[in-house]
Design a protein around this ligand. Structure first.
Ligand SMILES: [Cu+2]
Length: 247
């Protein structure tokens, strides 16, 4: 498989099907693709091709976010046999690519989730997040439109009096990019949230593959109660990411 572009946005995926001798298969059947990011609770990006030309499928595809992608190709041969193969790609945003031209490092990303309850009598607005675990921390929301998932930056988290805001896979999350250390299951990271009044909340998060059960981790700071705090595992990445082959 090859791709025309490894920058966020539209691309074209080419998949060549060959036999054991390396010869193109003239009628390799139909192909369906499923692209998943290796972070966050994104809905998959899907694509399908009914026919190949000279053994090559060519499909438009969209990289909706920068980061690590896994593309699973399912080929259904005319005789009904099914073959599945996965391909990995490292997709960059234009800003990241510009950075890399200056020798900067680009790393994997992670997402942090929690539930915030406001037991006070006035709205609380959290305006920033910061962590020693990452170079950049931002509020994001996953939006699905026309079966395509993408992330949107969110300026602040508003928690009305008496309300609870849940940050969970597929919705609101706190995104960590440019990890400064590996986030290994069983580990932890700390994050500081700051609200518009200047009040800060220092919280710790367990690194785990998925929140398996209700964590009994509620912590009360001021009028806010923070619970269900967890972060997705991810590896910090060193230099030379650009050399990663796309197979
Ligand atoms: Cu995100």
């Amino acid at each position: 498989m090859s791709v025309s572009d490894k920058l966020v946005g539209e691309t074209r995926l080419l998949l060549r099907v060959s036999d054991r001798d390396g010869k193109a298969v003239s009628n390799p059947g139909t192909l369906s693709l499923r692209g998943d990011m290796d972070h966050a609770g994104m809905a998959p990006v899907l694509a399908e091709a009914e026919r190949a030309v000279d053994g090559v499928f060519s499909l438009p595809f969209e990289w909706t976010m920068a980061g690590g992608w896994i593309v699973e190709a399912t080929l259904t041969l005319p005789n009904g046999e099914v073959a599945v193969e996965t391909f990995q790609f490292e997709i960059l945003s234009e800003a990241m690519e510009a950075d890399m031209d200056h020798g900067a490092m680009t790393e994997e990303s992670s997402a942090v989730y929690l539930s915030i309850r406001n037991r006070g009598e006035s709205e609380v607005t959290i305006v920033s997040a910061d962590s020693a675990a990452a170079n950049e921390v931002a509020f994001h929301r996953t939006v699905v439109e026309d079966d395509m998932a993408r992330m949107e930056a969110v300026d602040s988290l508003r928690i009305s009096a008496g309300e609870t805001v849940d940050l969970a896979p597929g919705g609101l999350h706190i995104m960590l990019t440019g990890l400064t250390a590996d986030l290994t299951p069983g580990g932890a990271l700390t994050l500081r949230l700051e609200c518009d009044s200047g009040e800060v909340y220092d919280l710790d998060f367990s690194v785990m593959n998925m929140m398996m059960s209700e964590l009994d981790d509620a912590v009360e700071i001021g009028n806010l109660v923070f619970s269900k705090r967890w972060a997705r595992p991810a590896k910090a990445r060193g230099m030379n990411m650009r050399a990663t082959p796309g197979s």
